[in-house]
Design a protein around this ligand. Sequence first.
Ligand code: ADP
Ligand code: MG
Length: 604
Amino acid sequence: MDIIHLLPDSVANQIAAGEVIQRPASCLKELVENSLDAQATRVQVIVRDAGRTLLQVIDDGIGMSEMDARLAFERHATSKIREAQDLFSLRTMGFRGEALASICAVAQVEMTTRRAGDETGTLIEIHGSDVVRQEVCSCPVGTNIKVSNLFFNVPVRRKFLKTDQTELRNLLTEFYHIVLVYPKVSFTFVHNDEILLELPAGTEKQRIEAVFGNPKRNVYTSAFVDIHTDTDLVSIRGFVVKPEAATRKAEQYFFVNGRYMRHPYFLKAVQTAYSGMLTNDYQPSFFIYFDIAPEAIDVNIHPTKTEIKFADEQTIFQILMASVREALGKFTLAPQIDFDTSGNIDIPLPQNTTASRPQVTHDPTYNPFHTRNTVYPDKAQPVTGWESLYEDRPRLTEDRPAASDRVQTGMTLLSTDAESAPLWQYSGKYIILPTEEGLLLINQHRAHIAVLHAQFIEQLEADQGAMQQLLFPEVLQLPQDEMVLVQTLLPDLRAIGFDLEQLSPDSYSIQGIPAQLANRSAAPVLQEIVLQVRERGADTRDEWREQIARSLAESAAIPYGKTLSEAEMRDLVTRLMQLPHYRRLPDGKTVVSLLSEDEINKRF
Ligand code: ADP
Ligand code: MG
């Protein structure tokens, strides 16, 4: 008996759907791309519950005939290519004819569509690949597709969806990728009845400004430099920012033939063009559009992949780098920026020594963060930014046990007299401390990060952040995807001492800031948190808290180059040694390194 049989279309489509439609964002991408392929000039996106319950795309494109409306939902049904040869002259976004078939396999779809020449339109309704309704209807020219209850028949997929905030962020990211290449098309994006984006038709620059513009993301189109290079192989145009407009939070976009792409290798080319012009972790924002013969790139790209292969990547790398460099050259007549070479110098742990960790015994009742240290004698010159960190803490010096009670063996300094052993600051960066085993080198900035990090985590968990009221409330304006993020973080931001009230769909007013950051401008601190969470990714509450604590600690920590008084150094070292893991930061960076006596002896 034969045992092989063909799968019914509905099953085959559901399997294929898993590849094409992984989340609401991929569904949105396919629908909007179809509208653009249909020459729409206006596209409206309406979303409910981050796409879980509704994803609707309305366009004023060419529409479909009655027959095409039905065919569009068949697998491998496409109007965009006829033969394999066509793949090489592809200029549309879609071509596989898979998207609608995939979407209708895993959702309830209702579509109305009408062509300009037709008097009536077509309404078609499909639930999980089954056509449940098809009739003549009256509707505007164009296509209106409503996708409801995505994955209603694939519970596993539904379970894999992240929180609404995360999915909404994915939707917006996907949306940005598209709207940045179609500035002449107007777009709106509505989520749960709220207009999140309204993008009128305009120039590329105006579109960038509308999506990312000042003051939302610090992408100043006024700081843009045009790049433009035409070669036989490729044409490259777009905008890069002047070096002085680089930020920690850069927007970096490559597009090829009207499609967003990620390209780490070309990113290197841009970064190389800027080399020597940027401070440490600053990055240039750029929007670079490649135009290249379709046969020179791999068209057989998977619909969900954003990395694209080029036939001649090395040559394009050179052209791109030269193009950016030339554009920047026109603006580097200005004096060079002062490079910040400090930071990130890891002192390697000396090899073949067993740098033993000092033994610290804990008094469980002792909390270093709730006590004011006695070692703070020289009040003569106020030290701003550093001292303020401790100002709000109670002065309970009595309950602090003597250093010798807490610390045993291992380090002379700590086991004898923590308050009088010598210690020095070196090069504005390190604290040097002699111990029995050698010289302890402590990175001052990282040591302070470690101390503050522990403190913030503790306060977050106890919901006991100390707040400092701002004299002048600040306004935090953010792009939509980041507003969504702030909403997620809100309970924890409040717990740690931010006083935030939403002002409008894209802004908050900040009335208070964690006390450790007093006298700082609050908005940049919050933007930094958002940046960290966005870049490092955080999907659980513990991860958010970790990122908040880390980011705040980094913002508040004493910088490199700051001269510390002896008392300050001693205070910092004492606090550091109280931590269970003080030798490294959570991200692995070295805080403390021992230059052993053996190592020193060997040199003589
Ligand atoms: P592809 O875009 O790869 O061709 P799809 O499954 O996305 O495959 O769409 C199938 C076909 O349905 C398209 O080729 C196009 O002819 C038609 N179609 C889809 N969406 C629209 C739309 N918004 N307006 C007009 N025609 C559309
Ligand atoms: Mg398509």
